[in-house]
Design a protein around this ligand. Structure first.
Ligand code: FDP
Length: 282
């Protein structure tokens, strides 16, 4: 797996350079979810494809920006599902964005994910790597090299609340629950980028990120393979929980289409238990 992690480090440097040097405007195309693509989305996708093409153990690639599977190596072992530039609507206002990678062995379902990695492009590049069964590890770049910083462990309870989706489309029950956390003293921390928002909660010890079912998006917005399942592994391995609105573990998801979405709740134990209670799940 070291070759794949090294490849992601190379990708991170190249995408970071593209963010800093290249045109931030829109391309003429849409991705497979019907969203306008930035030139940077397309370019990041090409960077990733080129770097993984050199790694024999990568069998297939599935990109959030494209329909279908891109086959690389017949005798490869892993399928990598990735979102090349998550939160790309934040690029033009110069907020942090990220890349997310889910590494699967076998069929594309959560239980077959063996490792998950995300990169955050902020003032510095940082990366979190999680292998199934061990604590996620934080890496930061210094002088252009990734240095291992340490394991990430969530506290039992945090103080941050990152509630996604448009409030007028929330259910009354969800609204009540989000308000109840603020009434307990939770602080609003929501940039609109899944990577920086979940990263902040992980590094500051805990809290809740939610993207619920809404009246306009009954299946949520965030994609299972590229966003939801990779973060579910990281949150569980950090000692937290990741569930859907019925209380099912997101690590049990079986996507029926690569671009399926799911409502999702990621957090430390206290907030997830509070959510289950508010949703009448226990
Ligand atoms: P974006 O549309 O900018 O790509 O991946 C989708 C995403 O960003 C997430 O990064 C982010 O958490 C979410 O959408 C934000 O959606 P809302 O604006 O609906 O809260």
């Amino acid at each position: 797996m070291e070759d794949i992690i090294d490849a992601i480090k190379e990708i991170a440097h190249r995408i970071d350079e593209a963010i800093k040097m290249e045109d931030l405007g829109y391309s003429d195309s849409e991705n497979s979810s019907g969203e306008d693509q930035l030139k940077l989305d397309v370019q990041s996708d090409i960077i990733i494809e080129k770097v993984f093409a050199k790694i024999g153990r990568v069998k297939d690639l599935v990109s959030e920006e494209k329909e279908g599977v891109h086959h690389l190596h017949d005798d490869g072992k892993y399928t990598i599902c990735y979102d090349p530039l998550d939160g790309s609507s934040l690029v033009d206002v110069n907020l942090s964005v990220g890349s997310i990678f889910g590494i699967y062995e076998g069929e594309l379902r959560a239980e077959n994910m063996v490792a998950s990695v995300y990169v955050i492009y902020g003032p510095r590049i940082e990366m979190i790597v999680a292998f199934r069964g061990s604590r996620p590890m934080l890496y930061c770049t210094r002088r252009n090299h990734f240095e291992e910083i340490g394991e990430i462990v969530l506290n039992e309870k945090g103080n941050q609340n990152a509630p996604g989706g448009t409030q007028m489309n929330w259910t009354p029950n969800h609204k009540k629950f989000v308000t109840s956390l603020f009434d307990e003293g939770y602080r609003l921390r929501y940039s609109g980028g899944m990577v920086p928002d979940l990263h902040q909660i992980l590094l500051k010890g805990g809290g809740l990120f939610s993207y619920p079912a809404t009246s306009d998006k009954p299946d949520g917005k965030l994609r299972q393979l590229f966003e939801v399942i990779p973060f579910a592994l990281i949150y569980e391995e950090a000692g937290g929980q990741a569930i859907d609105e019925n209380g099912n573990r997101l690590m049990e998801l079986i996507p029926s289409h690569p671009h399926d979405t799911s409502p999702c709740f990621f957090g430390s134990n206290y907030e997830i238990e509070a959510m289950k209670k508010a949703y009448g799940l226990n």
